[in-house]
Design a protein around this ligand. Sequence first.
Ligand code: HEM
Length: 186
Amino acid sequence: MGKLRHPLPVRLFHWLLVPTLALEVATGFYLTNPSQWWGFRNMRSAKKIHFTAAYLLTALFTAYLYGRDKTEIVPERKDLGPRLKKFVAYEFFLTPKKPKFPKYNPGQKFLYTLWLVLIPYTLLLGWFLYFPRFFAPWIRLFGGLNSVRRMIYLSGVLLTASIAGHVYFGLTSSTAFLKSIFTGRT
Ligand code: HEM
């Protein structure tokens, strides 16, 4: 049996996150610019999905932020120096030797840390719009409703682009690591 790389709670988090976040982002883009291309029936059903996914995502991310050991994820000093150099050299085909990292490479660490901040931040802004009266002073602080909407939209674009990169690397860099996000073991 291979080494345990992803304990069950992390795998559960990952595979619950994938469909909920995909629905949240897709309905978000639909609500911003409704088009039949997305396949949603109408605004009412898209809103229902959007808000249900938001509740689930908030619960999921609260558990993750509370329970996940962040030392594996947040970059250390070495990730900005020698490890980053080795990582960039390999990714840009400057060396054929695949470098070894403690668990995640610096690219993964930057991405996971970005999501650790970006997803809760976007959810918080979304709750501002959902309870505008309650969060009125906060909305003012963030420059008004339109400015909050714009920030959520930009977060949606950044999330989509970064997830595309993650899926690409997840599917192409290592079959053992790809297997481990399903089975837990390499
Ligand atoms: C079908 C699409 C996806 C595939 C194939 C995939 C694949 C993977 C793989 C292989 C890993 C483990 C990497 C390793 O062990 O080195 C991983 C981790 C991770 N993925 Fe995905 N992923 C997908 C979608 C997503 C999406 C949509 C998100 C949401 C932002 C996401 C967030 C994460 C996070 C946060 C981790 C690190 C988990 C932790 O250790 O706490 N993934 N993914």
